[in-house]
Design a protein around this ligand. Structure first.
Ligand SMILES: [Zn+2]
Length: 569
């Protein structure tokens, strides 16, 4: 301390255990992890318990640290300090990394043509999670360090487990609430939460929602008093790209304008050059960690656009990479053709030539390969006109591609009215939308998509008028718009926070923006809601309410992610 000046209240170096000790006390919420009551098999002090993470890497129990007594069956209930551990407070503080951070890995590939099922026969079983307890004899031997087959009687245990009341593959319990997003009326009513609810999952789908499960489960996931909701849908991203523009960001911070940077070959042209030079494998590997970050932010479905190829083969390559990514990592991906993102350098003096090529060749090939659900156009003074957008979107419609539009971002040019007149599924950005544009979207039922992180990052003002759109009855979805230029961020929670602080939306509206309305923005009403029969895409938070997401500004409070019934984070 003396070497550092010895000032009271300042300690050099990173915070350590003793400094954080005061933060461990759990907030008084939810039911305790261990409850009094009649014990069934597999519960109570004598149930099998995993080794404490402190001992997990071959360590030896330290006298008096009380971390291993549960395993040694001394039959005691947890002391108060241990309850805090059990409730995950340390995970929030970050003192003891839970196992999932050490053992997390992406799932094995899905079989092609079967997007809802994962490869089960060849892939290794998922690693046991700290919060997952094996039930009814399923592979508990693995957790004691025994190999498969060492467990006597394993063969007989594989018979149909449903005979003794086990029917779910996974049961999520001990929640503060299950936010279903299936209600009607105000945004708060739409959340339709089930207080202290449970989610029963069978064969990748939600099989039951309620408070008192009458059936058992093969695996149970303890939400530790956090809230549970639908997996997030990030309905507008550009995560497939090559190249790095951090140098350009530095120039911007030094005061150069976008036009000055573009004049020296920067901006979108730089990403196009790098993306054209990258092959399919390189684009795949570059996008994978971006998707992994989205997954850790609770995203289970994302839309990904092309638009950095800007020639026929490069645009097709980008969309093939999107399809491959969708098959080989947990997040479901929806492809969007954005051939009219910028004018290709080869067509600077012949923009009509590029539009013709897109209509005559690119759109038919994208449709015949089944590479995209949507067809998108960037309508702006510096990009494409209404007429060009209309021609390309109508051509897409003839091939089954649904229209979307980037509109009213930098200048008000009637883009929202264009989207409404085309029956577009979404109108995205909308910072400059006019009163007529708002009325047009309300009439057409088009979903407005805000990208508040790009408004912030690109220093564009104002933010899109969320309050006016919501008051007009327009569904407003949110997105990260993760891209190398205007929003280099996968932070869902920054977008949710900005939607409340800058777009004038409420926490419930912002939450719906990444769940129910996000799903509407990709034209899939089976997602973004927790309902029986829907895909079991579920995000489990360490926070106990959706209100904490914008309030704990830009902080990630995702504890676990379940995709198609599988624990993937
Ligand atoms: Zn975009």
């Amino acid at each position: 301390m003396a070497a550092h000046g010895g000032r009271e209240g300042e300690v050099p170096g990173p915070a350590r255990a003793h400094l954080l000790a005061g933060l461990w006390r759990a907030a008084p919420r939810g039911a305790p992890v261990q409850r009094a009551g009649p014990h069934r098999q597999g519960e109570g002090a004598h149930r099998h318990r995993s080794r404490s993470p402190r001992l997990w890497l071959g360590g030896v129990a330290q006298p008096g640290n009380r971390s291993d007594e549960g395993r040694h069956r001394c039959g005691r209930r947890l002391a108060d300090p241990q309850r805090d551990d059990q409730r995950g407070e340390r995970r929030v503080v970050g003192l003891v990394p839970p196992r999932r951070w050490r053992g997390h890995r992406l799932l094995t590939a899905r079989r092609s043509g079967d997007r809802r099922r994962r490869e089960r026969s060849r892939g290794a079983p998922h690693r046991a999670h700290a919060a997952v307890r094996p039930r009814h004899g399923r592979h508990s031997s693995c957790r004691r360090g025994l190999r498969r087959g060492d467990h006597r009687g394993e063969g007989t245990r594989r018979e149909d487990p449903r005979r003794d009341g086990v029917s779910f593959d996974l049961l999520i319990r001990n929640t503060s609430e299950v936010v279903t997003c299936t209600g009607e009326g105000t945004a708060e009513a739409m959340l339709a939460p089930i207080k202290r609810g449970c989610v029963g999952i069978r064969e990748g789908r939600i099989a039951w929602l309620g408070t008192e499960p009458t059936e058992g489960a093969t695996l149970e996931l303890d939400a530790r008093g956090g809230f549970v909701g639908p997996g997030f849908v990030d309905c507008h991203t550009h995560v497939v790209f090559a190249g790095d523009r951090s140098d350009e960001f530095e120039l911007r911070c030094q005061g150069r304008t976008y036009l000055e940077i573009a004049a020296t070959g920067g901006g979108i042209a730089k990403t196009v050059t790098a993306t054209r030079a990258a092959n399919e494998d390189q684009l795949f590997k570059l996008a994978l960690p971006r998707l992994e970050r989205l997954l850790k932010h609770g995203v289970t479905t994302a839309e990904v656009k092309s638009g950095y190829g800007l020639d026929v083969e490069s645009e097709l390559r980008m969309l093939r990479v999107v399809r491959r990514l969708g098959e080989q990592q947990p997040i479901s991906l929806v492809g969007t053709l954005l051939a009219l993102h910028a004018i290709p350098p080869e067509f600077k003096t012949d923009r009509a030539g590029w539009v013709r090529l897109v209509i005559d060749e690119l759109i038919p090939r994208v449709a015949s390969e089944g590479l995209a659900r949507f067809n998108d156009v960037f309508v702006e003074q510096t990009a494409f006109t209404h007429d060009e957008a209309r021609a390309v979107l109508e051509a897409g419609l003839r091939h089954g591609l649904k229209p979307r539009l980037h509109v009213d971002q930098m200048t008000a040019n009637g883009g929202a009215q264009l989207a409404a007149s085309l029956g577009a599924v979404t109108a995205d950005h909308l910072e400059q939308i006019s009163a007529e544009g708002i009325a047009a979207l309300a009439r057409s039922g088009t979903v407005a998509v805000f990208a508040p992180t790009s408004t912030l990052f690109a220093r564009a003002r104002p933010f899109a008028p969320g309050r006016a759109l919501r008051d007009a009855g327009v569904r407003v979805a949110l997105c990260t718009n993760c891209n190398p230029g205007s929003s280099h961020s996968e932070n869902v929670f920054l977008a949710i926070g900005l939607a409340c602080v800058e777009n004038g939306m409420t926490p419930a509206e912002a939450y719906l923006g990444f769940t129910r309305f996000g799903a509407d923005a990709i034209a899939d009403s089976s997602l973004g809601r927790l309902q029986v029969g829907a895909p079991a895409d579920v995000t489990i938070f360490s926070a106990d309410s959706y209100r904490a997401l914008p309030y704990h500004f830009a902080m990630n409070s995702v504890a676990h992610v379940v995709k198609d019934g599988q624990l993937v984070f």
